[in-house]
Design a protein around this ligand. Structure first.
Ligand SMILES: [Zn+2]
Ligand SMILES: [Zn+2]
Length: 275
């Protein structure tokens, strides 16, 4: 009886929390919906993607530029003596712009022509957004892990499609999207398929893309700060920048982009903290 009362009590608390989460996001969603014409335009996904990506890379580019004059920064660098040169930065930025204009824009245009559903009036619940973003990240991590292992274990796949991303053995933020067209489409497919599978709210889709772009840039940034994601997630569940940097320098370990469980299960986890 007591348990039943407790569960009812917890249930109503959860309901109130969900409702408040719903109300919490409604003003933000109402504001975004006033820009519906902009959000629904075929240019929005490509402009949103590139500005978010370059916006997240820019602080790291600035840090790399000022690093030689700010010795305190070097203790946070995984490779303290490495700073990307202009000859490394420009091709990366150029390739990202080229990919967005030549490949991503036509794909989003096709999607825009095929489906133009109006934005729903109701905001998603806060807990549902958090749940969906975590599920999407876990699914993306698993899908990319399989893709990544295959593209390292099959020499033809590595040479043809993944070697390009390994051109920079000490990675830097703008090297995140230095990938072949096939890798670009694979990542884009994994990115999109999960939000469709989980029937995510458009606001959740936006938030997931922002989180995914941030985590991928952080993975390649070369900076291991006290607030880096792998230091915030407990029990070593998240590998992040330290683990992915080891993948770039050693090739045969840490194939999952974010979490550590798949590499732990397959015995390919190399702890960056043991280094
Ligand atoms: Zn790789
Ligand atoms: Zn990488």
């Amino acid at each position: 009886m007591h348990n039943l009362t407790m569960s009812r009590h917890n249930g109503s608390e959860l309901h109130i929390l969900c409702s408040s989460g719903h109300l919490f996001l409604q003003p933000l969603w109402d504001r975004l919906r006033t820009w519906e014409a902009l959000i629904q335009s075929p240019f929005f996904p490509v402009v949103f993607s590139i500005t978010t990506y370059v916006g997240f890379c820019l602080p790291f580019v600035v840090l790399d530029i000022i690093c030689p004059w700010v010795p305190a920064l070097r203790r946070y660098k995984i490779h303290p003596d490495f700073s990307p040169s202009v000859r490394q930065l420009l091709p990366c930025l150029g390739l990202t712009l080229y990919h967005h204009v030549v490949f991503i824009f036509p794909m989003t245009l096709l999607h825009w022509v095929a489906s133009r559903a109006p934005l729903p009036p109701e905001a998603p619940e806060l807990l549902q957004v958090a749940r969906h973003v975590v599920f999407c990240l876990l699914l993306f991590d698993a899908e990319f892990f399989v893709w990544h292992v295959l593209h390292h274990k099959v020499p033809w796949l590595y040479r043809s499609f993944h070697k390009m991303h390994h051109q920079n053995s000490s990675s830097f933020a703008l090297a995140t999207q230095y990938v072949s067209v096939w890798e670009l489409f694979s990542l884009g497919f994994f990115d999109m398929v999960n939000v469709l599978l989980l029937r995510c709210h458009p606001l959740t889709v936006l938030i997931f893309h922002v989180v995914n772009i941030w985590l991928s840039v952080e993975d390649h940034s070369g900076y291991d700060f006290p607030w880096s994601t792998h230091r915030l997630v407990p029990f070593g569940w998240y590998g992040g920048v330290a683990h992915h940097d080891m993948h770039h320098s050693q090739f045969n370990c840490n194939f999952a982009p974010y979490f550590t469980h798949w590499d732990r299960i397959l015995g390919t986890l190399q702890s960056a903290h043991a280094k």
